[in-house]
Design a protein. Structure first.
Length: 67
């Protein structure tokens, strides 16, 4: 299992091609994020200027990531 940190999660949400390519290269490996990373992502989205849109993006991302 691979554990993503907040920075990698943010880059995936933004569609960073390098991070997406590396994740794709893992194949069927399990990928997750810690509760701390989940909290940081949600906190950053709530503080953003585009709160509704960013919260929706973060929640959609987290729906596909194991805790």
């Amino acid at each position: 299992m691979y554990l993503l940190d907040t920075d990698h999660c943010s880059r995936l949400i933004e569609g960073d091609a390098d991070v997406v390519r590396r994740l794709d290269a893992l194949g069927q490996a399990l990928v997750g994020a810690s509760l701390v990373a989940w909290g940081e992502l949600l906190f950053m989205a709530r503080l953003s200027n585009q709160q509704p849109a960013n919260l929706a993006r973060v929640r959609a991302f987290l729906a596909g990531i194991r805790l």
